[in-house]
Design a protein. Structure first.
Length: 211
């Protein structure tokens, strides 16, 4: 942490500013085009993200499992590339960075950096800080037919906006840890396969043909 602390002292000697979600981001609710409208789901080209995309493909995504037609997009406006979708109902505590123009279903709220902050915020830093937001969301829910996040409180949640030098160093460090974790998981999976092979080999016996 000393490297980060030194950068903060150097570039933000008076401390790091915090900005509420409502001021930092344009927020939009996801939605599902009518299932009864066949044209909305035929030969779709617009990525439409659901929780299944995160579960199957991770949290940095450039395509979705399902797509919708451009004619099904409300007002013809997609959620912009390099924005975050945060689960604010049902399965709460998940988010993803989407690197292409897209839509998401109603379980998600989209966070797109406002123009006035575009040159002050690294979206990958936002992605990592959203793990903190996820924990806040899980602790601030209301329950009716299904759990949902307190959206009034959500919009007041405050993001730190340290200098870009600090953000980029944090991203560099966390990216390195993420890559290491992926390598370790791959190694662990290889060991599991190896273990299963030798286990099955050692426990494989031929039945005696002699009574």
């Amino acid at each position: 942490m000393s490297r980060i602390d030194d950068l903060v002292k150097q570039h933000a000697p008076e401390g790091v500013k915090f900005v509420e979600i409502a001021d930092l981001f344009v927020t939009k609710n996801g939605y599902t085009p009518p299932r009864g409208d066949a044209s909305a789901w035929t030969e779709g080209t617009v990525p439409w993200f659901r929780m299944d995309d995160i579960r199957e493909n991770g949290q940095v995504l450039d395509d979705s499992i399902q797509h919708v037609a451009m004619t099904a997009v409300k007002g013809g406006r997609l959620f912009p590339a390099n924005s975050i979708i945060v689960a604010t109902s049902a399965t709460i505590g998940e988010h993803a960075l989407i690197t292409v123009p897209h839509l998401a279903n109603q379980r998600f709220t989209s966070l797109a950096i406002r123009p006035k902050y575009q040159d002050q915020v690294d979206i990958k830093f936002v992605f990592y800080y959203c793990f903190v937001l996820d924990e806040w969301c899980k602790k601030n829910t209301t329950v009716s037919s299904f759990a949902s996040v307190d959206m009034a409180g959500f919009k007041k949640f405050r993001f730190p906006v340290p200098p870009l030098e600090v953000q980029r160093e944090i991203v560099r460090v966390l990216d390195a840890f993420t890559e290491l974790e992926a390598e370790l998981e791959a190694e662990l999976e290889a060991r599991r396969v190896q273990y299963a092979h030798y286990r099955n080999q050692m426990l494989s016996f031929q039945e005696s043909r002699h009574e």
